[in-house]
Design a protein around this ligand. Structure first.
Ligand SMILES: C[S@@+](CC[C@H](N)C(=O)[O-])C[C@H]1O[C@@H](n2cnc3c(N)ncnc32)[C@H](O)[C@@H]1O
Length: 384
């Protein structure tokens, strides 16, 4: 078990408050709650949640870093892909879960420099605290006219037409956790043991998952995640949007790679001050909790709702397909310090050992045939 840095006094008090609340909930629920409820509480509780509370999640002073913060090459590549699609779609963008607002800032700046007109930029964000930070960074970095095009929405706009973009949004949904025992699936819930929160296997199996998860080749003790909450959200989302191309970018795999015998412990990960570990009962409200996405399942849900999966590539391939090497080439190798920073960032975004292969991009279209620039080489859609 990783030795984590100590919690600050404030974090300690948040942890204690959430710990007490969850224990009470477990007792009132007869001895256990779903992991999804724990994750929902510690990440999104109005007062103490990791995302909704008043804390820095991103960057050096936070707990983890995401691709838009590593280099604007990431965002400029996506703008190249969006540009192709504005030929057939209204030039509206809807970003889901905008974090510290870095992607939105860099996108609007790059669009301005390249004379790409964006009529509106909508942000759908659950955290009021992050909305305030997004407003601040966008206001500080954009002209008044461009800033006025950015609008925060609390619901997915009915009949939306345009581009939808989400980076590390799907993996932030509360998930349920399951374990295979004697060729049956059981939910891994959360209970109390020796006055501490801990895992508690449900006594009844969950046969409803067997219709889309083939457990034949998986041994006893195999753990995996499946988010009922994300399923419900995506079903509504695919129904509500009218004519759009959706880019979901996330850590994840197709189903055959995800449900691999080597991944016995599941993919749940926690991040606290750049320490990655697997104990979701530590640092309650102070750490991020995430798990990898099953892109085959996302594809299934999209198709059931009448959408089409246009492409599925690794982040490295998407960025290279959309001009990342040209953007890197703009930097002068004789300017050693700048070139080193840029090549390190490029390496982080594209190396298979870092984000390059672990993060995937899926392109989903609804009611339109669109350019899927970005997926033209090394498309792995056939794996889904
Ligand atoms: C891991 S962060 C990623 C942030 C940003 N996209 C980036 O790449 O830096 C997840 C983001 O999604 C938001 N979020 C999570 N669940 C959400 C939901 N159900 N509705 C809206 N926003 C949500 C979080 O508040 C946060 O802004």
């Amino acid at each position: 078990m990783t030795n984590l840095p100590s919690l600050s006094q404030l974090e300690e008090s948040v942890h204690d408050a959430l710990n007490q609340r969850l224990k009470k909930e477990i007792i009132q629920s007869g001895g256990s709650i779903s992991f999804s409820l724990l994750m929902d509480t510690v990440l999104y509780d109005k007062e103490h949640g990791y995302y909704t509370g008043n804390k820095e999640q991103f960057g050096d002073s936070g707990d983890f870093i995401t691709a838009p913060m590593i280099s604007n090459i990431f965002t400029r590549c996506f703008l190249n892909a969006f540009k192709e699609n504005f030929l057939h779609l209204p030039s509206s963008i809807l970003e889901l879960g905008a974090g510290n607002g870095q992607f939105a800032v860099d996108l609007m700046i790059a669009a301005g420099k390249n004379n790409i007109v964006i009529d509106q930029y909508l942000i759908y964000e659950i955290s009021n605290n992050l909305v305030k930070r997004q407003q601040k960074i966008l206001k500080e970095n954009l002209s008044k006219e461009i800033f006025s095009k950015v609008v925060w929405v609390s619901k997915i706009p009915e009949r939306f037409e345009g581009i939808i973009f989400a980076n590390e949004f799907l993996d932030a949904f509360p998930t349920n956790i399951y374990e295979i025992k004697n060729k049956q699936i059981y939910e891994r819930k959360v209970g109390i043991k020796n006055n501490q929160l801990g895992w508690k296997i449900d006594s009844n199996p969950s046969p409803e998952l067997e219709s889309f998860i083939d457990i034949e080749d998986l041994s006893s003790g195999y753990i995996f995640e499946y988010s009922k909450k994300l399923d419900d959200w995506l079903k509504d989302f695919f129904k509500i949007i009218k004519k759009a191309i959706v880019f979901f970018v996330d850590y994840g795999f197709c189903q055959s790679e995800l449900f691999h015998q080597d991944r016995m412990e599941g993919t749940l990960m926690c991040h606290y001050k750049h320490y990655a570990h697997t104990n979701p009962f530590a640092c309650l409200g102070a750490q991020d909790i995430t798990c990898h996405i099953n892109f085959s399942h996302i594809s299934r849900l999209a198709k059931c709702a009448g959408c089409t999966v246009g492409g599925f590539v690794s982040q490295a391939n998407f960025l290279i397909n959309t001009g990342a090497l040209d953007f890197l080439g703009e930097h002068d190798p004789n300017n050693i310090l700048d070139f080193k920073i840029q090549t390190n960032a490029f390496q982080k975004l594209t190396s298979p050992a870092e984000m390059g292969d672990l993060v995937k991009v899926i392109g989903i279209t609804k009611n339109t045939e669109l350019s899927l620039f970005g997926f033209n080489k090394n498309d792995r859609k056939f794996q889904l």
